[in-house]
Write a protein that binds this ligand. Sequence first.
Ligand SMILES: O=C(O)C1=C[C@@H](OP(=O)(O)O)[C@@H](O)[C@H](O)C1
Ligand SMILES: C=C(OP(=O)(O)O)C(=O)O
Length: 436
Amino acid sequence: MSARLDWLSGAGGPLHGSVAVPGDKSISHRALMLAAIAEGCSRIRGFLEGEDTRATAAVLAQLGVRIEAPTEGERIVHGEGLHGLRGATQPLDCGNAGTGMRLLAGLLAGQSFDSVLVGDASLSKRPMRRVTDPLAQMGARIDSHDGLPPLRLHGGSALRGIRYELPVASAQVKSALLLAGLYAQGTTEILEPHPTRDYTERMLAAFGWPIEFAPGRARLDGGHALRAVDVEVPADFSSAAFFLVAASIVPGSQLRMPGVGLNPRRTGLLQALRLMGADIVVEREREAGGEPVGDLVVRHAPLHGIELPVALVPDMIDEFPVLFIAAAVASGRTVVRGAAELRVKESDRIATMAAGLRALGVRIEETPDGAIVEGGPIGAGTVESLTDHRIAMSFAVAGLRAIGPVRINDCRHVATSFPGFRELANGCGFALRDAS
Ligand SMILES: O=C(O)C1=C[C@@H](OP(=O)(O)O)[C@@H](O)[C@H](O)C1
Ligand SMILES: C=C(OP(=O)(O)O)C(=O)O
């Protein structure tokens, strides 16, 4: 993870073929965690072999959970039961994963032993009070470094359920509190300002924990048990997003992505791109592993700028970097508002995208909670990914339509969410290579 890796993305395409997008990151994290504290043995298929999810698996192994990896994309988790985890002697390294650290904070807050959660340089700058404050209200004792990692969780705290209104729409915070709620006395109830992805709720129900949930709220009582189940992980919509935009902007392209997760709390970009004029069809809609999935077929279409409806923002929170690329090649102006959360991701994604697009000659004005992008030609140039995986892949997409090569500095974190991105991209018509 330390060696630097720079990419050059050139004008490729047209893009053709079928792209097998890897498994959903959010679901893979949760499947590991719930299986680890379930009774019995769970098999996970379609598991994301990303660095973020592997870090979560390694943390659970440190806590005494036996996890087998019989084939790539498969895990067999030997559950230890709700009270079967064992304290680790070393800090638990969540790598680059905000999801890993925040959900584990909830899971570990009610254990009998102490834990220390650490992360890499990027994760060490991400705000943790959003989870530590409500967990403290539940009775947890957690020390942080001024609201930043590392998090020191003191074991032996008796947790009690709370009713909590989330100040920001965050599935990570909701999930952390629900996981802590498993260990709490009484009822834990979470209310959201806007509904967020409900994977934790759906999966808790699948593992047999009584839970009530509806868009924007979730409620459970402590003191039940989880029973092992098999989990089928769909392909990650957020990874498919790069190919949706790539094929939309390169003339003559047509791509198919089979088995992509289409949970409505994830597919805001589909709606946004359609509002911009994109030609995306969902085929073979079905249910797999309790989640809606379908095959996405995308063909090139001329895009035009839009005022993005603010209500779509939480449903496409990880897709903004690549939306900004679509906006940069669209005709006219695209306006994004209500997306201040982008500033506390792996990088400040408003500032990082604005700096990169400006370096390529695109007119973009940053606002506190969004940006205004003027579509037009994309020039050649050098951009900094600031080790943010989604920024690196988004500028790889931009290179397809640039008038000369786009150099993307520091792409080593792409494998956190999308191992094999470059090979898949080149396989369907990208021209993406090492810069050195
Ligand atoms: O719960 C999850 O799996 C995630 C929730 C989102 O974060 P927030 O909860 O901070 O919005 C998202 O950005 C992240 O990639 C994954
Ligand atoms: C924000 C992201 O992930 P995390 O919060 O888990 O680091 C992401 O994958 O874009």
